[in-house]
Design a protein around this ligand. Structure first.
Ligand SMILES: [Zn+2]
Length: 82
């Protein structure tokens, strides 16, 4: 809705830029079938599934504590396409 600051980081942030939590999950885009230890990582919260189709700019990480989305610093070719 605009007005919301996009948090950006060059690499996986050690702490959430919004709330300071260390519980940062990587967001996996695309087909999750090839991800090793998928079930375990989902359970422990180090990984969340973003979806099969990544359209436009999508966040690379998400805070498990407050739900903040964190985007990659440089908006190069992301994990787009289906
Ligand atoms: Zn947070």
């Amino acid at each position: 809705m605009g007005g919301e600051t996009k948090h950006r980081s060059a690499e996986r942030p050690a702490r959430c830029p919004a709330c300071g939590s260390e519980r940062i999950a990587e967001i996996a885009w695309g087909n999750p079938a090839g991800i090793p230890d998928l079930g375990k990582r989902l359970r422990e919260g180090s990984l969340v599934l973003g979806g099969i189709c990544a359209r436009g700019e999508v966040p690379a990480w998400r805070c498990n504590a407050c739900g903040a989305s964190i985007y990659r610093e440089e908006s190069g070719p992301g994990p787009t396409g289906c």
